[in-house]
Design a protein. Structure first.
Length: 492
């Protein structure tokens, strides 16, 4: 959605409710553990994974530094190949452009390839308001749409559902959207997949307009790339007469050769495959092959503002593999809905507050939706230092400061509820700036260590309720260093 989910509470409250759902926790634990174990095996097969990861980081950083030049090059290449490029500053403009393009065809329905960008803008709801029905064709997105639900995972949007729940959704809802579920449908994966295939087949063959996103855009050729595992994307990209692709401006890579890196790292990091079963590429239009008309909608929607942040801009490297979600202990227990965004998990905790700002209670809480364990950084195929950005955004929430919103440099005020945190940070800053006071405080803490409580009082009780407070050493490190002559005496 373009904004926070209507009625969603801040992350702590939403996560508290999610953690109490035993079925949800079980579904998430099984799915995330399975995916990440397969990913680890797939990555281990590649001897130069670290080099590929570094190459991906450098390509993305180079592209972001020269994004203006590559976007113009992309527009020229797409136009020369017979496509039309539209520029959308925000979600509302992107949705208006797509609705107008669909209306111009005279059609009232579209088939869609799984697309995070169109979820971000709330395109389905916007099209519905314009009298146009959008049909999701990815199996997991179909489950979410039929269940009147919201995605909870970047790669597997219905990860929070088990087979029995999916069977019940198909039985109850399929008839409203088209071909009904077969009589006596069971929760067998094969039967569920066949029911979805039959339901979607008529939509593929009838649709005249397709809507997609793209995993990558190649500036030098104007080529767009979609990787997927079910074949629905190939159907949506080739059968309709008109294809409309809504893509974030950060999805661009400079050259065709750059794809080599990402077509190795993305499938292994996302689906634990050596390569995706379906990798579709198209460049403009071609007579007698594929759609007759191609429209590319380039979406900003906060990305330029994010680019202006020297620390936070690394979030724009993201290739949406979802590896960070599958290793995150917070996501595993809270699920994706608690993040109040189409981008859940660690990447959502840094991307959403930058795209949308930290003005809402939800977005101000997201940078704290992490234990800072660093597992997300270790698995990221483009080396996004998510913990670094989380701490950066926490500082912005707690202390305010300069930021860029809607292209303008503004000064953000501190969010409410962080007065104690700001006071503690000011006290720490003063102490570290006065070595004598710091030394005296350390000695006092060591000499009174037997009197220290086992839990923290006040707001700190929530932290120490599930953790042991670290024991204070018998003497400060400074005193030990002086007493042992820098550790030399203990080496004898």
């Amino acid at each position: 959605m373009s904004g926070t989910y209507l009625g969603m509470p801040a992350f702590p409250e939403a996560a508290r409710a999610a953690v109490g759902d035993a079925t949800l926790r079980g579904n998430l634990r099984h799915a995330t553990h399975t995916i990440r174990a397969k990913r680890a095996r797939a990555v281990a097969e590649v001897s130069d994974w670290a080099e590929l990861r570094e190459a991906g980081r450098r390509i993305k950083d180079h592209t972001l530094r020269h994004l203006d030049r590559y976007l113009v090059q992309l527009e020229e290449a797409v136009t020369a190949a017979g496509g039309t490029v539209h520029w959308a500053a925000d979600a509302e403009e992107a949705n208006r452009i797509v609705a107008e393009l669909v209306r111009a065809t005279g059609e009232s329905e579209v088939v869609k390839v799984k697309s995070m960008a169109t979820q971000e803008t709330g395109l389905n709801e916007a099209l519905e308001a314009a009298g146009i029905r959008a049909y999701e064709t990815d199996l997991a997105e179909l489950i979410v749409q039929l269940g009147k639900d919201r995605p909870s995972h970047i790669l597997v949007p219905a990860i929070h559902r088990n087979r029995a729940e999916i069977r019940d959704i198909f039985r109850a809802e399929m008839a409203e959207w088209g071909r009904p579920a077969p009589e006596g449908l069971s929760d067998s994966p094969a039967e569920l997949a066949e029911a979805a295939r039959l339901h979607l087949r008529e939509k593929f063959l009838r649709a005249r307009v397709g809507v997609s996103g793209a995993n990558f855009m190649v500036a030098e050729t104007g080529t767009l790339v979609v990787v997927e595992s079910e074949g629905n994307g190939r159907m949506c990209l080739t059968l309709p007469e008109t294809l409309i692709s809504v893509v974030g401006i950060e999805k661009i890579v400079p050259t065709w050769r750059d794809l080599e890196v990402f077509l190795q790292t993305l499938p292994r990091s996302s689906t634990a495959e050596r390569m995706n079963p379906y990798t579709s590429m198209w460049t403009g239009t071609t007579d007698g092959d594929g759609p007759d008309a191609f429209h590319l909608v380039l979406l900003d929607n906060g990305r330029t503002d994010t680019l202006a942040d020297e620390v936070g801009r690394q979030a724009l490297r993201c290739i949406r593999c979802s590896a960070c979600l599958n290793v995150c202990p917070v996501y595993e227990r809270a699920g994706g809905h608690a993040y109040g965004s189409v981008y859940p998990g660690p990447i959502g905790a840094i991307l959403s507050p930058q795209l949308r700002g930290t003005g809402s209670e939800i977005d101000a809480s997201l940078p704290y939706a992490s234990s800072l364990c660093g597992a997300c950084y270790e698995v990221c195929p483009v080396a996004i230092d998510i913990p670094e950005v989380l701490v950066h955004l926490r500082e912005r929430v707690a202390q305010g400061g300069q930021a860029v919103r809607a292209g303008n440099r503004v000064v953000l005020r501190p969010a409410r509820g962080h007065a104690a945190e700001r006071a503690a940070m000011r006290a720490a800053r003063w102490a570290f700036a006065h070595p004598g006071a710091l030394r005296a405080g350390q000695r006092l803490a060591s000499r009174t260590r037997r009197l220290h409580p086992r839990t923290l009082p006040g707001p700190g009780r929530a932290w120490s309720g599930a953790r042991d407070l670290p024991a204070v050493p018998a003497e400060p490190f400074r005193d030990w260093w002086q007493r042992t002559n820098g550790g030399k005496d203990t080496a004898k």
